[in-house]
Design a protein around this ligand. Structure first.
Ligand code: UDX
Length: 438
């Protein structure tokens, strides 16, 4: 069996590499020629732990190949995974153009193919998109049993892509007939070592499982951030202790209860917005998802509030930002809260110096020479009036109050990720998200 994967972004490339690692002959397809040329030389355009190393190995063992040619890839493979992007449109709603363009290209390629082909939609889509937009494109081929389309959402996390793909916690297969779902199930059973529960559904339920999964994670974060904001008004209260306590209740669970500056990344904000947009099309829809988004949109302002409390929010002040990536162990700054905070500080006339172990290159593409990029934590802190920790990188967890005292003009520190122990920072002006102030 040979597979092809169309759309070599974060999900597509990680999926291509892990399929090849499982011994499946894999063809990676993308319309970006530079990307394909680079991938042939084992060069990736984003960081993901172990991806480069594994890519080199599967290229060497000839289990993976790359091409711009959809027709060639379709003709040479039995199953195609569609992993093209479905970003949020500037005007609102989800951009389905790439899905449509690629579906038409696949249709053209399939016209000359004799053998049956399975198209597996992995891109995250609003409910009913596969039924109303993708299936009509392939209607004639489906009717004549030359192909089938199934929905198979992906739940991988950045920073854990390889592990999450090799050992998924569940597999969801949405199909309109038993035969096509069985085909994909057979593929998973043949090539994956540890098969989790496989949930079989119709197309729309599979699409909605993905949206619901990310919306629920987002809800947990906005919930704990709301509690954190309450804690900040109650002397001595600490959101971390509350999260730990309620997390002990097995009905709640301890994960995704870490208060912080708000969630970012390429998925949670996008999928939540997609669900909100979709909900608006149905009568009497819940306002829950809008509330979750609103809480997240307002969360960076809580950091500004803390700055104000410390008298650090003033034009002309120098502010150090430690951490730019939307979470640790990635260079990804998509929807990162750091972007919102830095824009706010610059607008208010402050001088901003930033540090991040990986994401500074990406940040520079947005802010260019408007801010200062420091290669080390100490140079970032130098002569600064206030420091905000925005990403939970391990290197920042080792900081002690002497480091802040030594380098900063006035050692005022805001821990927006709760990575430092407040008791160890009693000799400097220290505030943290979700920590009651006196
Ligand atoms: C997410 C989903 O977890 C994954 O299942 C889906 O396939 C893609 O989207 P990812 O974007 O990699 O994965 O990031 P995730 O680890 O979920 O974190 C998202 C954001 O929430 C980050 O900004 C993170 O810092 C924040 N977060 C997470 C919190 O603020 N508190 C938490 O307790 C957990």
């Amino acid at each position: 069996m040979k597979i092809s994967i169309i759309g070599l972004g974060f999900v597509g490339l990680s999926l291509a590499v892990t399929n090849a690692m499982n011994g499946v002959k894999t063809i990676g397809v993308d319309n970006n020629k530079t990307k394909i040329n680079n991938l042939k030389k084992c060069k990736t355009d984003f960081f993901e732990p172990n991806l480069d190393k594994n890519l080199r190995e599967v290229v060497k063992s000839k289990l993976i190949s790359f091409t711009n040619n959809v027709k060639e890839a379709i003709n040479e493979s039995d199953i195609t995974f569609l992993t093209v992007g479905t970003p949020t449109k500037k005007t609102g709603g989800i951009e389905l153009e790439f899905i449509k363009i690629d579906s038409h290209e696949i249709l053209n390629a399939l016209k000359s193919k004799k053998k049956h082909h399975l198209l597996v939609v992995k891109s995250t889509l609003p409910p009913l998109t596969t039924k109303t937009i993708i299936l009509p494109i392939f209607e004639n081929l489906i009717k004549s049993n030359k192909m089938d389309v199934v929905v198979n959402p992906e739940f991988l996390r950045e920073g854990f892509a390889i592990k999450d793909l090799l050992e998924p916690h569940l597999i969801v297969i949405g199909s309109y007939n038993k035969k096509s779902g069985d085909l994909l199930e057979k593929y998973y059973k043949k090539f994956y070592k540890n098969i989790p529960e496989i949930i079989r559904t119709d197309l729309a339920t599979a699409e909605l499982i993905k949206y619901s999964n990310n919306a629920f994670l987002a809800t947990k974060i906005s919930f704990i951030n709301s509690i954190a904001n309450l804690c900040q008004t109650i002397s001595g209260a600490d959101v971390n202790t509350i999260a730990y306590a309620i997390g002990k209740d097995p009905r709640i669970g301890s994960l995704f209860l870490k208060a912080g500056p708000g969630f970012g990344g390429s998925c949670l904000p996008k999928d939540l917005t997609g669900l909100i947009d979709y909900s608006k099309t149905v009568p009497n829809s819940s306002k829950l998802f809008e509330a979750v988004k609103m809480i997240n949109d307002l969360q960076p302002k809580r950091i500004i509030d803390l700055m104000r409390k410390m008298n650090a929010y003033a034009s002309g002040n120098s502010i150090s930002i430690l951490g730019l990536a939307f979470k640790k162990d990635t260079d990804d700054i998509r929807e990162a809260i750091s972007i919102k905070i830095v824009k706010n500080l610059l607008k208010a006339g402050m001088k901003v110096t930033v540090n991040d172990p990986m994401a500074m290159g990406n940040f520079e593409k947005i802010f260019q020479n408007k801010i200062i990029y420091s290669k080390s934590t100490s140079s970032c802190l130098k002569k600064s009036d206030c420091c905000i920790i925005l990403t939970e990188w391990d290197v920042y967890k080792k900081l002690n109050q002497n480091a802040f005292k030594k380098y900063m003009k006035t050692p005022k520190v805001i821990d927006a990720r709760r990575i430092l122990s407040p008791q160890k920072f009693s000799k400097i002006d220290f505030k943290a998200i979700g920590l009651g102030n006196d």
